[in-house]
Design a protein around this ligand. Structure first.
Ligand code: GRF
Length: 192
């Protein structure tokens, strides 16, 4: 019987620091037939990150690094020897150096809970509500040397209601994050 072998999937590492719902969502996506990625490692700066539980559940290898810039060569070497070709940041709270990012040029992406270029950085939901914005949303973008400033791959707009708190808005935006992150990956990596 002829075995059908699909195109080779791209070895991917997901970097997380916290709850890891985007990580979980990317794992599920990676298991789907049309996914161009296979998640080889989850990497975290935080050994207590709740999201690491998904690594255990879905049998993804995990690795903890302190992410001090002087030790980045160690991390880069680790990624190299494990043949990691693509990096997805998902709630990863450390800033990577220019050197690190240049090694993955065009191969490192992030998800941010605002309609970039508006509301870069932290506490986005609190700030959009305080500024009485009518819409917020989420953005998947390439990572470059400036915080939340790389080329935008995909965005989704989310309406803000009068009764919204930072928490209710975060929840609605997170649902959209889980939809657009896989779509953004398909957009840049899937074969035409
Ligand atoms: C998400 O809102 C993501 O956009 C931001 O941090 C949050 C992480 O959530 N960068 P989770 O850890 O994926 O649940």
């Amino acid at each position: 019987m002829t075995k059908l072998i699909g195109p080779k999937k791209i070895n991917t590492a997901v970097f997380i620091s916290g709850t890891g719902t985007n990580f979980k969502n990317l794992i599920k996506f990676s298991f789907s037939k049309n996914s161009p990625i296979i998640i080889k490692y989850v990497i975290s700066n935080n050994s207590k990150a709740i999201g690491l539980n998904y690594a255990k559940k879905y049998k993804i290898k995990k690795k903890i690094f302190k992410f001090r810039s002087e030790k980045e060569s160690k991390i880069l070497n680790f990624l190299k020897i494990n043949h990691i070709e693509f990096v997805c940041l998902a709630g990863f709270m450390k800033i990577l150096s220019q050197n690190f990012i240049s090694k993955f040029k065009g191969k490192i992406i992030n998800i941010h809970p605002s309609l970039l270029p508006k509301y870069k950085g932290l506490n986005t939901h609190q700030r959009v509500i305080k500024n009485k914005e009518k819409f917020s949303g989420c953005t998947v973008h390439f990572v470059n040397s400036k915080l939340d400033s790389g080329k935008i791959i995909l965005q989704k707009k989310v309406k803000i209601f009068k009764k919204d708190t930072a928490d209710t808005l975060a929840k609605r935006i997170l649902e959209q994050e889980h939809i657009i992150y896989p779509k953004a990956i398909l957009k840049i990596l899937a074969n035409p």
